[in-house]
Unconditional design. Structure first.
Length: 265
């Protein structure tokens, strides 16, 4: 087990990794240390064959308040070169989450602010408590949501991302659901049950197929379906159809049994 100081890892049945940011005293705000630990954790879990699904959570009342203010104060006093290096680390961590070959779920309670929204959008999907709230709050401090911007645009589209960034307005869980920032909203007492149901859906699917989906869809964008895109998709499905996982999936379907990647009953 790595010597993490700001993260807790619980391994659950079926290959589920629950990764919890554990800085509740500062509402799981992140600094250089937590950024580095998140990057290392997703690298490790993404390459771990025993892990099927990763759930990212925050300890205490809130998911994440975004950047730690003391970290931001240090950044304001640092050189341009140091700030670039710092921002690159944050960008690389979000990219690591987004590119993780395992399905990722953000479990959101309380507030997700600034870079905390970035963590939500870097995950594949998010489940939120009815009491959750979200704000892309950087402009209120005279800065901008630059590093999280591409992930935010991917999650909610350009116009909604621009609105959230320009106004820094706090929105509730229902509005977050409407614009696609989260995929499900439930009462606080049902948050874990909802996450577990989503995990069960993910575990029923082929792990290699899911990794292929993530790799392929990262190369797709709204717009014209070009010849290059059509060829990419044709080559991908042709290759994947011949894999052992695909053969097992077809055999299980035809044999009216569960495939071998599902947990025994």
């Amino acid at each position: 087990m790595p010597a993490w100081t700001s993260l807790d890892l619980q391994r659950r049945d079926g290959g589920v990794a629950l990764l919890t940011m554990n800085r509740p005293a500062v509402f799981n705000a992140f600094d250089e240390s937590l950024i580095a630990e998140l990057d290392a954790a997703f690298e490790q879990l993404g390459g771990d064959g025993s892990v099927r699904v990763i759930v990212l959570a925050g300890a205490g009342k809130h998911f994440s308040a975004g950047a730690d203010l003391q970290w931001m104060q240090r950044a304001a006093a640092a050189s341009l070169d140091d700030n670039v290096a710092d921002a690159r680390c944050f960008s690389a961590m979000l990219a690591r989450i987004a590119a993780c070959p395992k399905p990722t779920i953000a479990r959101v309670q309380g507030a997700a602010l600034g870079g905390g929204v970035g963590l939500v959008t870097a995950c594949d999907m998010a489940v939120a408590s009815e009491a959750a709230s979200f704000a892309v709050s950087e402009a209120r401090m005279g800065i901008l949501p630059a590093v999280i911007g591409p992930h935010l645009v991917n999650a909610v589209g350009l116009r909604e991302a621009r609105r959230l960034a320009l106004t820094a307005a706090r929105i509730g869980a229902d509005e977050a659901l409407r614009i696609g920032l989260v995929q499900r909203v439930v009462p606080a007492e049902g948050l874990d049950t909802a996450v577990d149901a989503l995990v069960a859906d993910l575990l029923a699917c082929g792990p290699q197929a899911q990794a292929e989906i993530k790799q392929l869809y990262a190369q797709l964008a709204p717009g014209a379906i070009t010849g290059e895109v059509r060829e990419l998709t044709a080559q991908t499905i042709a290759r994947v159809r011949t894999t052992p996982e695909a053969r097992e999936g077809f055999a299980a379907f035809l044999g009216k049994r569960k495939p071998d990647w599902t947990a025994p009953e």
